[in-house]
Design a binder for this molecule. Structure first.
Ligand code: CA
Ligand code: CA
Length: 342
């Protein structure tokens, strides 16, 4: 007998006129639907927590959004996330669902979802079968350039008002071992999902039908290490590494400490003021204007610096250096030619 824990998230009262959306997840949702391969590509051989059979499905009655994630542990690090497979079921007549995948760091309270790492483009799953067995849908997310140094959470965010009666496959008798969290309503996928599974309505949760394939990053990938001078911008396309040279005698050179502000710019501070804004880098998309990315560099310090920007796609790179004893204040510079779009 088909049994869905379909009231998992429950109905939700509408939040009042608070603006929602942070400009990141929502703008990506507006991109064209991504490539999709529903032909039984189920990430088998990747990281799998389920036992291969599903005894239930979890969904939401929210008229806004649903979001459900499971923790994924690649085992060795750093790990680049290449592919995510999601098992969908349905109970209604609508058989196609569009969704994005949201990735969270496991840096929330007690190892729960904390910092949002990335949001994929929107994928469309068609021909979702009715019933509990469900079907996996494979999504190529390698373009996100997501490289992790510890376990992360991933799962779909979907418009549950538009897509009624869809469920993520749930394994309720396998070995399990990884926690899952869900969120629902206007902020699902924007704020960390904070309702842990198993819950009162899902007491038999063992695993979700969410699998991932990861790989070892290559030397071409940008591997972020914010405290040691390395930051990745634009989904890992631009690697920015840098040092600063202080005022002591003899001078001491140390890595910059980066703070990404959004995916297109980052500020750098020094060891004595890590979150201060001494240097700003910005990678602006001017592909439709000049066929290049514009790399901006601004400085608010008398210290010296040595900053290299590398395009991990084209291999183009450029280094900016500043002599600490130049006697001139930094001038904001913009490179409009080095970093070609293709
Ligand atoms: Ca099972
Ligand atoms: Ca639909």
């Amino acid at each position: 007998m088909i049994r869905f824990a379909c009231a998992l998230f429950g109905a939700l009262l509408l939040l009042t006129s608070t603006a929602y959306g942070d400009g990141l997840a929502e703008s990506k949702d507006l991109l064209p639907l991504g490539s999709y391969s529903p032909n039984k590509m189920d990430c088998a051989g990747g990281i799998q927590t389920d036992d291969g059979s599903f005894e239930n499905g979890y969904g939401t009655t929210s008229v806004f959004f649903g979001h459900i994630v499971m923790k994924v542990d690649p085992g060795s690090y750093p790990a680049k996330v290449d592919t995510v497979c999601t098992c969908w079921q349905r109970a209604g007549t609508d058989s196609s669902i569009d969704y994005s995948l949201v990735f969270w760091d496991s840096d929330g309270p007690g190892g729960s979802p904390g910092t949002r790492l990335a949001v994929s483009e929107t994928f469309l799953a068609t021909g979702v079968p009715s019933g509990l067995s469900g079907q996996f849908y494979q999504a190529d997310v390698s373009g996100l350039g997501l490289i992790v140094n510890r376990p992360f959470y991933v799962g779909p965010k979907w418009d549950s008002g538009d897509n009624d009666n869809f469920f993520v496959c749930a394994d309720e008798n396998g070995p399990g071992g990884q926690p899952a969290y869900f969120g629902h309503g206007l902020f699902a996928g924007i704020t960390p999902p904070d309702n842990v599974l198993p819950s009162v309505s899902t007491p038999n949760y063992r695993a979700l039908g969410i699998r991932a394939v990861t790989s070892e990053p290559t030397s071409a990938d940008c591997i972020e290490d914010l405290e040691n001078g390395m930051v990745c911008l634009r989904d890992g396309r631009f690697e920015i590494s840098g040092t600063w040279t202080d005022f002591s005698n003899p001078p001491v050179t140390q890595p910059l400490i980066w703070t990404p502000q959004e995916d297109i710019n980052a500020t750098a501070g020094f060891q004595n003021n890590p979150t201060g804004i001494q240097i700003v880098m910005r990678a602006a998309d001017a592909c439709s204007v000049t066929g290049t990315y514009w790399l901006w560099l601004g400085g608010f310090t008398d210290a010296g610096w040595d900053i290299t920007v590398r395009d991990t796609v084209t291999g183009n790179q450029r280094t900016w250096t500043r002599d600490r004893s130049s006697g001139n204040f930094p001038t904001t510079t913009r490179d409009t030619s080095t970093f070609t779009c293709n």
